[in-house]
Each structure stands twice: as C-alpha cells, then as structure tokens.
Design a binder for this molecule. Structure first.
Ligand code: FAD
Length: 399
C-alpha cells in the first residue's frame, strides 16, 4: 500500500480558546500525539479579539483541570452577576469569592498559546488558511503561505471561519449581532454627580450587569456593563447582544439601546469607538463534522442566551480531543461518534438547554413576561441557572 506523507497528522485551524484547548487536551489525554499537532493562526499574538472577556466558573474549572491558573492573566473579578429588567432584577454570586472573572482576550489567548507551546505544541502564527479540501486519504489545506496536508483537521477558526464554509458551504447560519464599547469607569465630564447617577454607579461597582430592557423592542438579547481593565487601568466594557430571533426581515438598530443605557450612566456613546462582530450560536441542527474534519468552538456555536463562548470553546476542546485520540487509536477518522459524544456531554447538554431557554425568554418578548422572569420567578431562575446553565464542566472533567 502506498505510504502517505503528511506535514502533520493533526492540523488545527485557529488559535483562539477552542483551538488551543483542543491542543492542550490532546497533550494531556494523548501525549504521544503532541509532536504530530500543528496549529495555524492567521494573526500574531497578542492579537486583538473583540470580546467582553467574561470567564464563568466552568472556564476556570476546565483550565484548572489542565493545570492552568487564570489568575496569571491580568483580570478583574466581578463579585456578582446581576440580571435586570428595566431597573430591578436578581443577583447571582459565585461559590468562590467572585462570580465572573473578566480578562482581555489579547492577553488571555496569548497566555494560553504560550502554555500550549510550553507543552510541545507547534504554533505557526501569521498563516491564513484559505480552503480545506478533505478526501479519502487526508485533508489538503490551502494557505497564503503554501499548502499543507494532514490526516485530520480541526476547524477552530471562529464564527466567520473558513473551515465551516469549506465543508458546509450551504448550511444555514444562526448568528447574533454584537456591539462593544470600552470606556473609563466614570464619564470624563463627571461634574455630573447627580444623586441618581451616584446611585446607579454604586449598584454597578464590581458587578457584571445584564439588562434585558431591549427585548420588548424586538432585540432578543441584552445590554451588558462589565468591569474590566486595559493594561492595568480600570475600565468598563459595555455592549449589546441580539440573537436576531425577533428580527424578521427588519433588524432593529442596535446602537440605540446601548446609547440609552450608557446615557443613564452619564456616557455619550458617540464619544467612543464602537466595534461589532457576529457570534454564531449553537443550534442542535448545526452540523459539526465530516470524515477527517471536525469543528469546535464558535464554528459549531456559542451559548445562544448570552453569546457566552469562552468556557464553551474550552469545553469543546476537551470533547474534540477525546474523539481525536480515540480515532487515532482505531486508525479510523469518520468522526461519526462526535455528534453523539457532544450531545451526551455536560457541554452538549448545557448548549441544548440554553438553546431551548433562548426560544422561550426572547420569543415571549412582552414586558409583563420579562418582569415575571427577571423579578418574580427568582428561585426558579436561580435553580435553572445553577443546574442547567452553570456547572456543566464538572461532568465532562470526570470522564
Ligand atoms: C463582542 C463580543 C463579546 C463577547 N463577550 C464574551 C464574554 O464576555 N464571555 C464569553 O464567554 N464569550 C464572549 N464572547 C464570545 C467569545 O468571544 C467566543 O465564543 C470565543 O472567542 C470563541 O472561541 P473560538 O476559539 O471558537 O474562536 P475565536 O476566539 O474567534 O478564535 C478563532 C481564531 O482563529 C483565527 N482564524 C480565523 N480565521 C482563520 C484562518 N482562515 N486561518 C487561520 N486562523 C484563523 C482567528 O485569528 C482567531 O485567533 C463575545 C463575543 C463577542 C463578539
């Protein structure tokens, strides 16, 4: 039989949390495969990635299980998460001393890439993958710097990634619109010390805030306000997320609710740079693999309720690495079991439940329902959040 020579057995396209987590989990689960991994990243670290950088407890659990401590990355800890509907809502506190850890993605991803390199993973930066073509014997990978050949490819290239577009060119996409803005903690012209402003400011100190007030206006999402830091300077990260579930043909403008929320705090949105990026959210119908190619992270889908995708991306890496290790053991790369493996994992289950919750909380957009949900059904919301939304990673880490 003719012997094939591959540049590498495993090529990972994209060095965000999902690609790096896949590599890191492989080094842990199947160390003999480490020298056979090549990760291609189109940017150079530390590279910008538009993201609010909120790490929930599951992200920390997965990193811890990999022997990594996210406290090494510059961060701000929010002591609680607040869900609000037009002025009132409910608070969630974490089991540790913080509810959410906020990082900057340029720093976080760079740190994670260094950890992967320290464990023997080869990362080539500044290479853009242009096309993936799988065949019976392997996968050809066209890049802006020549072609590669691999036994298998992991598509970890994010919401707009070329891997998914190469293998599922005609599949439907479910994407959210997201805008993000960074500001100082208090407005520049803060002679504005009105009692109202002082009160809202005090309510926000150290809190990751989600306000669902735009839902009745057909924005199936929320406005957020997180504490953060940039190069050690305390800042605030604001943004607006819309799943597009209520959009029909006409998409309501996104800037208005963000501007409205920021104005309540004395900020003028027009004074700041607004950036936007789509998030692909998980839909159970999304295809996730074909023979020799499997997808992870945003290429499959982030959480639909919040667009929370960092913990998910880290979790996909764990599931994908197990599927890959088993495929190499068997010498068979159909990845037929990947969908089932994901579906029965804690990650797959939380993604499914979050998708279901999304259909309810945003489709029932009426004001009375939102008031009922965020203000009156507190015990039920807290129970669902604790059992189905958070803490999914523990199950996957026990496998
Ligand atoms: C505005 C905004 C705010 C968000 N806030 C949060 C939050 O607070 N908390 C949270 O958990 N999630 C948040 N998310 C979602 C989160 O950013 C994503 O879910 C997460 O980054 C997904 O990780 P990933 O590794 O799958 O993809 P990405 O992080 O997008 O990484 C993909 C990588 O692939 C590289 N790449 C792309 N194309 C190619 C190519 N052709 N060749 C080679 N390399 C390529 C990119 O440069 C990138 O490094 C937010 C997203 C947005 C847009």
């Amino acid at each position: 039989m003719e012997k094939k020579t591959f540049e590498r057995d495993i090529v990972i396209v994209g060095g965000g949390p999902s690609g790096l987590s896949t590599a890191l989990h492989l080094t842990k689960i199947a160390p003999h495969l480490t020298s056979r991994i090549l990760l291609l990243e189109k940017e150079h670290y530390p590279r910008l990635k538009l993201c609010a950088g909120g790490l929930v407890i599951d992200a920390e659990n997965i990193l811890e299980a990999l022997g990594l401590d996210s406290r090494e990355v510059p961060h701000v800890d929010a002591k609680s998460i607040h869900f609000d509907f037009a002025g009132k809502g409910l608070n969630i506190r974490g089991p540790k001393h913080h509810a959410i850890r906020v990082v900057r993605r340029d720093e976080f991803d760079h740190w994670l890439a260094k950890k992967a390199e320290e464990r023997g993973v080869e990362i080539r930066q500044g290479i853009t993958v242009k096309k993936i073509s799988p065949d019976e014997n392997g996968v050809s990978i066209e890049t802006d710097q020549g072609n590669f050949r691999a036994a298998i490819v992991v598509g970890a290239d994010g919401s707009n990634g070329i891997t998914r577009r190469s293998i599922f060119p005609n599949d439907p996409v479910y994407t959210a619109r997201v805008l993000e803005v960074l500001t100082p903690t208090i407005p520049h012209h803060s002679a504005s010390t009105s009692p109202d402003l002082e009160e809202v400011k005090a309510r926000r100190e150290g809190v990751a805030f989600f306000d669902f007030f735009p839902v009745p206006d057909n924005i199936a999402g929320y406005v957020w306000d997180f504490p953060t830091q940039v190069k050690g300077t305390p800042m605030r990260c604001w943004g607006v997320y819309d799943t597009n579930l209520l959009a029909d043909q006409k998409r309501p403008p996104l800037k208005e609710p963000l501007a409205e929320e920021m104005k309540r705090h004395g900020f003028d949105l027009n004074e700041f740079e607004i950036k936007g990026h789509p998030i692909r959210w998980y839909n159970p119908q999304n295809k996730i693999s074909i023979p020799r190619v499997l997808l992870v992270g945003d290429t499959v889908g982030a959480d639909a309720i919040f667009g929370e995708g960092i913990s998910m991306a880290l979790g996909y890496g764990n599931i994908a690495a197990r599927e890959i290790a088993e495929s190499f053991r068997r010498g068979e790369f159909s990845f037929r079991g990947y969908r089932h493996r994901l579906a029965r994992s804690g990650l797959g289950q939380t993604l499914f439940v979050r998708w279901l919750i999304t259909q309810v909380i945003y489709t029932f957009k009426w004001r009375w329902f939102q008031i009922l949900l965020w203000r009156m059904l507190k015990p039920i919301v807290l129970f669902v959040a604790w059992v189905f939304v958070l803490n999914w990673s523990k199950r996957d880490l026990r496998i």
